[in-house]
Design a protein around this ligand. Structure first.
Ligand code: NAP
Length: 259
């Protein structure tokens, strides 16, 4: 299936590794020109080079912190009129409700709610004027299924979800869709890092700990960044123009509800 987006321009945030990278690779495979960002320049440049070589699409790498105004300005200067926007940033640290101070909440809201809102606000009017736009927010399964040890993520991402819910029903008339993609466990550095911490605390070797944890999930494995990226790319396709305002779980069946 050809997604009908060859030659379109995309901003993919936080894309040197993990889910952002998987999404960038899938869009590049569909012939989309990319502007990628991440804070670490070397890894970002290396990722951009691999994608250029493998797909042949133009890839611009902007080393910046997307949660800052300066970072967002640099990315938007490199791609002022994107057809596709993938919002993403590092997740907030783990911890429980009573363990966090207000400042922790402010930082999480800034990174995982206000940063996507600022980027959407910067591009959505132009997308509507041009009659095409696809916005995908990478959030978390914690929006639907709260995780007790990730209170900051539960709250800030639910805030973003609410913030775009009405907008996504307005922009669709101009062929601009806004959807949220909710990852469960995917095999990325972030997940392996947090698993390593838990394995150490439990005094269990890492591979044994992760093997047992994954075996208990419905799929019996973690998702791959390629699977995640392909799903995100489909939401950016021409064919997905009738899908908007949705919260799509990519969690291997972990969410226990019927609906
Ligand atoms: P990852 O493998 O650690 O990759 C994170 C990427 O984001 C890296 O490229 C990192 O590069 C970049 N990044 C982080 N903070 C940034 C910032 N402030 N500005 C620009 N780039 C930034 O993480 P991941 O697993 O792909 O997770 C991506 C998002 O999905 C996170 O918010 C995470 O909480 C959420 N999520 C992931 C899963 C999962 O299973 N993996 C599940 C639920 C939710 P630099 O460090 O060089 O900036």
């Amino acid at each position: 299936m050809d997604f009908g987006i060859r030659g379109r321009k995309a901003i993919v945030c936080a894309a040197s590794k993990g889910l952002g990278r998987g999404t960038a690779e899938a869009l590049a495979g569909e012939g989309v020109d990319l502007v990628l960002c991440a804070r670490g320049k070397d890894v970002l440049e290396a990722t951009a080079e691999v994608i250029r070589r493998e797909s042949g699409v133009p890839v611009t790498a902007i080393a910046c912190d997307i949660t800052t105004e300066a970072g967002r300005a640099a990315v938007l200067a490199a791609c002022p009129a994107p057809d596709i926007l993938i919002t993403n940033a590092g997740g907030p640290p783990p911890g429980t409700f009573n363990g966090f101070e207000l400042e922790d909440w402010r930082k999480a809201v800034e990174s995982n709610m206000l940063t996507p809102i600022a980027l959407i606000k910067a591009v959505v009017v132009g997308m509507q004027a041009r009659g095409f736009g696809r916005i995908v927010n990478i959030t978390s399964s914690s929006v639907k299924n709260p995780i007790a040890s990730l209170e900051l993520s539960n709250g800030a991402r639910a805030g973003l979800t609410g913030a775009v819910a009405a907008l996504s029903r307005q922009t669709v008339r101009r062929n601009v869709t806004i959807n949220n993609l909710l990852p469960g466990w995917h095999d990325t550095d972030r997940i392996r890092g947090s698993m390593a911490g838990r394995a150490k605390a439990a005094g269990v070797p890492f591979e044994e700990y992760i093997g047992k944890a994954v075996a208990q999930t419905p799929a019996g494995r973690m998702g791959t960044i390629a699977e995640f990226g392909a799903t995100a790319a489909f939401l950016c396709s021409a064919q997905a123009g009738y899908i908007t305002g949705q919260n799509i779980l990519a969690d291997g069946g972990e969410y226990p509800g019927t609906l």
